[in-house]
Design a protein around this ligand. Sequence first.
Ligand SMILES: Nc1ncnc2c1ncn2[C@@H]1O[C@H](COP(=O)(O)OP(=O)(O)OP(=O)(O)O)[C@@H](O)[C@H]1O
Ligand SMILES: [Mg+2]
Length: 362
Amino acid sequence: MLNSSTDHRPDKLYYQQNLPNHMVTAVIVLNSQLAIQYVNPAAEALLIKSFNKLKNQRLETALFNSPISEQRLKQLLTSGQEFSDSDVVLERLDKRTITVELTASSIELDMQPHILLEFKQIDQQKQISEEAFQHQQWESARDLIRGLAHEIKNPLGGLRGAAQLLTKELTVDQQEYTNMIIEQADRLTNLVDRLLGPNQLPKMVYNNIHVVLEKVAQLVSFNLPEHVTILKDYDPSLPEFSFDEDKIQQAILNIVNNAIQVLGGNGVIRIKTRAAINKTINGKRIKLCARISIIDNGPGIPDKIQDTLFYPMVSGRDNGTGLGLSISQTLINQHKGKLYCVSRPGHTEFSLLLPISEEITL
Ligand SMILES: Nc1ncnc2c1ncn2[C@@H]1O[C@H](COP(=O)(O)OP(=O)(O)OP(=O)(O)O)[C@@H](O)[C@H]1O
Ligand SMILES: [Mg+2]
């Protein structure tokens, strides 16, 4: 319905009629019997039903478990006082729960009182800010440890050098103690180097990720306990993309080694690849990513380290240094990717998202 004036610009009515169709906010209008009279396309998507199916249905039948009480809506009709709730959890008919911000107001349409419900989905924003927060925390922990490691590294070099000089002055029989100093200093240097983490920029080369996964499987196969099986579930259609083969191999190896350790000689590790579409990594939307998952059927991540799992020096093992996952995280961050984990007893899944395509501006 374009304006008939000569400039052919749409008029106000045109905008009023068309905008609800393009809004991200889901809009639902109820009549005084609380039956649905109108839903915009965003609300159709939210309720996973078409307008025709929803028309005249009551709200509680459209949602699996409606958190908006009938009493509150009736009160709204009588008092006219609008209300807003943040963090409303809606359970949809497909049992998926989503968190929304809800505003309910009373409006008059066709001289009859109606209720206007507006739902704004906030899960995604919430997830982005939580991720950003966790990322910041992880960065500060890593920087602190790196600073400390750096401070230890210099005197350690001096200590080793001095012990070496001293050795030369001693007879072979007397060298036992200086050798011990050198040996222990080397051990510490090794640890300090791991604490400092990867410090070279990745060398990005087009490659097939499955080549790397095959190498990891081959490397671990040499020491694989007899009753631990590695299953491969690859998506062969995954395109080649650019990454640093050595770094990604190291990142995945750390995760697979952890899985082997927790399985204690018995279990299954699945290495799975899939294409992942429209993923958010560090607040940026990426159209196409490769998702590599390492899944084991072991005991799950211990509760006490769930929140700090990727921090350096966090370990649930007696002789663990707690650096493996932190190093994997750094390597994946260098690729602008994301590493995350979901875990419950019997199912621990580490997933690595690596961008294949460019970011989309939101
Ligand atoms: N698949 C898994 N299932 C259960 N717990 C795990 C799994 N992967 C890691 N963990 C827990 O996370 C902790 C941290 O792992 P991380 O690799 O960072 O350090 P580590 O294995 O303890 O030591 P390092 O790798 O430096 O030798 C582990 O000690 C273990 O308790
Ligand atoms: Mg480890």
